[in-house]
Design a protein around this ligand. Structure first.
Ligand SMILES: [Zn+2]
Length: 497
């Protein structure tokens, strides 16, 4: 299966001015918004063949550390697998894509591992394996397949046939008022000397487009020209890091951190189970959810454009159902994914509708065909609503690598040559704003805490108390750090024993 795209190249044939395509291709683009961040990490790793080439900010190292962590640290054995393969709440829609690169696992449910168990199967069923037990005490890990909703001929998100214009930076709009009008809406008025090129895109090209949409300023040009350069990220997004002013009342997690005195760089933190869980939850958030959290002002400019086009330029009537647009604007986590420790404003979708009919073999369906005669599954067994074992302490580095052992962390510090005397211990109080700062930085930066937590603090600090710092600097060589620590949201470190 392939998708066709008509691209218009400029006179010099160096740049894509715009492209024209069908709703099939737009649906594939919109499916990017449904991808949980952890899923993007795995798709790009497979695509690029190496972790380094496919790295997205600190998310790749966060994912790697999670995959290396012993299952014993998780609340239930299946919790690790849930995080490593985050499910999407758009699995049903993505099945309808003309070309699906979302890598969603086929929908399965899990019953008691004992095939002869006498407990009723419709009250002992789970959506994920190894996260809950049957009333008989055995694990719910026996996967069942079942007939799924009939294939609906309508598109995944946008109805067809409809033609669209796409710009190089992924702004999209349907051609409804004529092509000239649509182009001029995008500021494209001169098309003299352009050359049309017809492209046929397979799964490889779509994955490359996903990669470029996160790393390039001109994804379509780079896809067509097969450019392979990484664009430097601007740090302009740092200015927008603290936008939730109402969040000052939010819950705060206390994190003990060690900073490099002379540079104010974050070295590592002692993270409680709650904080580790917050970091892990980043992997479960869909790309569109990141757009929603940051009001479409993320470091991913092309995705910002795509998201804004979807919500502003595509009329409701072009979507397949009335609520699909709302679901794309604020995509939820898949059912069962929301940790009870979560304090980012996220929500999860409701349970799927599933029916069980008592026959010789038992019959499962996810469509209401059996509503009359079947028993509806009303609740699914879930994990303990947390991923990590209580009281687990992890040591987290600036790139979100984590390990439960302090000695390994000290060894790493010895390797980079920072003496203990050049470290400063402090406490951060992580509330909603701080968590959003770390999340935003983790998307592009390999130093997520320094960029997402310390830099914004220093920035505010320098605005507010320039004079204070100036005064302190006359007395102390570590003025910035001293001043930083005196200020919110930190407390003075506990006195040495
Ligand atoms: Zn059982």
């Amino acid at each position: 299966m392939s998708l066709s795209l008509k691209v218009m190249l400029n006179k010099e044939k160096t740049k894509v001015l715009f492209a024209e395509t069908s709703s099939d291709f737009i649906n594939v683009l919109l499916s990017f918004l449904t991808l949980p961040l952890g899923k993007i990490v795995t798709i790009l790793q497979k695509h690029k063949g190496s972790e380094e080439a496919a790295a997205i900010g600190s998310l790749t190292t966060l994912y790697k550390a999670l995959s290396e962590l012993d299952t014993a640290h998780f609340s239930v054995p299946g919790a690790k697998e849930m995080l490593l393969n985050p499910a999407s709440s758009f699995r049903a829609e993505c099945r309808k894509l003309a070309l699906d690169v979302t890598d969603n696992a086929p929908l399965q449910y899990f019953l008691c591992e004992n095939g002869y168990c006498s407990q009723p199967p419709y009250t002992n069923i789970s959506m994920y394996p190894n996260i809950a037990t049957c009333a008989c005490g055995r694990s719910l890990n026996r996967g069942i397949n079942f007939p799924q909703s009939r294939f609906n001929e309508s598109g995944a998100f946008i109805i067809s046939p409809l033609l669209f214009i796409i710009t190089d930076d992924l702004r999209v709009a349907p051609i409804v008022a004529g092509i000239v009008q649509t182009l001029s809406d995008f500021g494209i008025t001169d098309t003299r000397g352009t050359e049309m090129k017809r492209l046929s895109l397979g799964p490889y090209e779509i994955r490359e487009l996903l990669n470029l949409s996160l790393t390039s300023a001109t994804p379509l040009t780079d896809m067509v020209m097969k450019n392979n350069k990484k664009y430097p990220q601007s740090e302009a997004w740092l200015d927008h890091i603290h936008q939730h002013d109402a969040a000052t009342e939010s819950k705060k997690i206390v994190v003990r951190a060690f900073l490099h005195k002379s540079t104010n760089k974050f070295l590592f933190a002692e993270a409680s189970d709650e904080f580790v869980e917050l970091l892990w939850s980043f992997l479960t958030i869909p790309l569109g959810g990141v757009e929603f959290l940051f009001d479409s002002n993320t470091p991913f400019k092309n995705i910002d454009n795509l998201y804004r086009s979807m919500s502003n330029s595509i009329d409701d009537k072009h979507f397949t159902t009335s609520d699909i647009k709302n679901r794309l604007v604020n995509p939820k986590l898949a059912h069962g994914y929301l940790s009870k420790n979560q304090f980012l404003p996220l929500s999860e979708e409701g349970p799927p509708k599933l029916y069980y009919q008592v026959t010789e073999k038992g019959l499962w369906c996810d469509y209401s065909f059996h509503e009359e005669e079947g028993t509806m599954v009303s609740s699914f067994e879930s994990s303990k609503e947390v991923y990590i074992k209580k009281q687990t302490m992890c040591f987290v580095s600036d790139d979100l690598t984590m390990s439960p052992s302090l000695t390994s962390r000290i060894l790493v510090l010895n390797d980079v040559g920072i003496p203990l005397t050049d470290m400063k211990e402090t406490e951060f109080h992580i509330g909603l704003n701080e968590a959003l700062g770390i999340l935003k930085a983790s998307l592009t930066s390999k130093t997520a805490f320094t960029d997402g937590l310390i830099k914004p603090l220093l920035k505010r600090q320098s605005k507010k108390e320039r004079i204070g710092i100036l005064k302190a600097s006359l007395a102390s060589k570590t003025a910035l750090t001293d001043d930083l620590i005196k200020s919110m949201p930190m407390r003075q470190p506990k006195s040495e024993p």
